[in-house]
Design a protein around this ligand. Structure first.
Ligand code: AMP
Ligand code: MG
Length: 498
């Protein structure tokens, strides 16, 4: 039944680039899909937005979020950006399969709503404007997994499916994810106007970003000082993001400059992976033959990408030394932020000169046997909590069991115990359990949910959503999501194809 009512609560859309003009976007209409249905609905996010629960029952919401109609009052558009892909200038890209409805005021502030996979746009190039169910489930779940972990990210509001066929390496079916974020602005948006020599548009876009998202920078003297502060701020947000990625073992997989958010959000989930075993050289993207985006290289790549952003900002900053100085803060901030993140995983209070060495020697130990990253930290958290009641050998037995050769672990543990000496151990353990998740979206978990969904059973997606939105809780009913990966997990091949 098609409802003739409009949504009962008022949607007042603001164009994301309202005052900026048509250099930044093109109006587009979504291309309908047949026999659309819900695959997943993020009720938690809807509640956070302040939207009523009955909304999900409405046909017109399903219709709009699958691209079969347009939400009342919105004027959908696709934006233009450019970027470096795998270190090479790729020229103009843009929202090739993303369409924004605009910005809505919500209970969690102004949020832009964007459909991914709703059909062709002027920026689709050789693509079909579609997204397949497989990759859309991965994006939907991982957005919320990152949110649950406290890592800045675009959110996922809903996931719609259709039996319409989409050709990738094989024939798959179409899906549309609705993404929500304060902004989907990327490094590439600024690179686009810089590369075209359109300094007026570049400036308008940076001013817009400052006004909408970094109003504290309005206090900085206008002109080069403010634009330098902008670059320094994006650098800081990116350093914070990277420290969080590394600490949780997240590999993005395609850190091209068009996939880097100006707001420091994790954006564009493609061939990402959470590490199973700790392997610093791990490459999660099957198409990344050089390992450019390997886990341990991510901070360096972020810096490289920031450098491209700095280059794009030069027409506004004028002085190369000022731009470089803003970027250089990454080199001092990132290592401190990363140490801070890993010290928190270890439950360390305060900061000691030897902490960096303690962290490094532990990570080297984990790398030798590619010890399971998530399980290690979770067991360490439990063990530390037990230390006040049990001797170390007993408390840490389950951690030690994770190693075949115990030498490295046995050498490391005394230094850790010494460092914890003055701390309240049960409290430390509790804190660590809120820092080291029990659940991450391992590849094989996503894969199982995908296989189920392909035959029409969406319960796996739903269960994972529940668990991943609260990954520090125990969820005894879902113990199966917290185990070691099965052998076949290492043979899952995730390419850019989505
Ligand atoms: P990605 O590597 O997924 O971030 O995509 C890089 C660029 O290709 C972006 O401009 C996307 O919008 C575009 N793109 C990716 N897949 C498609 C598709 N199926 N149809 C149209 N454009 C696409
Ligand atoms: Mg992208």
């Amino acid at each position: 039944m098609h409802s003739s009512q409009t949504l009962e609560f008022t949607l007042t859309w603001r164009q994301s680039f309202d005052a900026l003009g048509t250099a930044f976007y093109n109006s587009v209409q979504p291309t309908p899909l047949s026999r659309v249905h819900w695959v997943a609905r993020n009720k938690k996010l809807a509640a956070q937005l302040g939207w009523p629960e009955y909304l999900w029952q409405r046909e017109d919401l399903l219709s709009a979020l699958s691209g079969n109609s347009v939400l009342p009052g919105s004027q959908p558009f696709a934006s233009v950006y450019s970027g470096h892909q795998f270190g090479v200038w790729a020229g103009q890209l843009g929202d090739g399969r993303a369409l924004s409805f605009g910005v809505l005021q919500t209970a969690i502030g102004a949020q832009e709503f964007q459909l991914k996979g709703a059909g062709l746009t002027p920026y689709s190039r050789m693509g079909d404007g579609r997204a397949v169910l497989r990759s859309s489930i991965r994006e939907f779940l991982c957005s919320e997994a990152m949110y649950g972990l406290g890592i800045p990210t675009t959110r996922a509001f809903s996931l719609c499916g259709s039996p319409d066929r989409v050709l990738r390496e094989e024939v798959e079916t179409a899906a549309v994810v609705t993404r929500v974020a304060p902004s989907f602005l990327r490094f590439g948006h600024l690179q686009h106007f810089a590369s075209n020599g359109d300094t007026a548009s570049l400036q308008a876009l940076v001013d817009h970003c400052i006004e909408q998202h970094f109003p504290h920078l309005l206090a900085v003297q206008t002109g080069a000082p403010r634009y330098t502060a902008f670059l320094a701020h994006v650098t800081r947000l990116t350093a914070e993001l990277l420290a969080k990625w590394q600490a949780v073992g997240f590999c993005h997989g395609v850190m091209n400059t068009d996939n880097m958010s100006l707001l420091g959000l994790t954006i564009d989930y493609g061939p990402f992976q959470f590490l199973d075993g700790f392997d610093p050289g791990h490459i999660c993207n099957h198409s990344d033959h050089q390992g450019r985006y390997a886990y341990a290289r991510q901070p360096q790549v972020a810096y490289w990408n920031l450098f491209c952003l700095g280059q794009a900002m030069l027409p506004l900053i004028h002085d190369q030394d000022m731009a470089v100085a803003a970027l250089e803060t990454f080199k001092t901030d990132y290592p401190l932020l990363a140490d801070h993140a890993f010290a928190a995983k270890l439950g360390l209070e305060g900061s000691h000169a030897d902490d960096h060495g303690l962290i490094e020697s532990l990570l080297n130990t984990l790398a030798v046997e590619k010890t399971d990253f998530t399980i290690f930290w979770r067991r360490l958290s439990h063990a530390t909590g037990l230390l006040s009641a049990q001797p170390p050998a007993q408390a840490f037995e389950k951690v030690r069991d994770l190693f075949i050769n115990h030498e490295g672990w046995d050498r490391w543990l005394p230094a850790y115990l010494l460092r914890l000496q003055a701390q309240d151990l049960p409290q430390t353990g509790e804190r660590m359990l809120k820092t080291n998740p029990k659940f991450v979206l391992r590849n094989h978990l996503g894969e199982q949910a995908i296989q189920q969904a392909k035959i029409g059973d969406f319960s796996g997606v739903d269960h994972l959503l529940t668990v991943l939105q609260a990954p520090f809780d125990e969820h005894p009913a879902f113990e199966q999501f917290a185990g070691f990966p099965p052998h076949w997990a290492s043979s899952i091949s995730i390419s850019c194809s989505s």
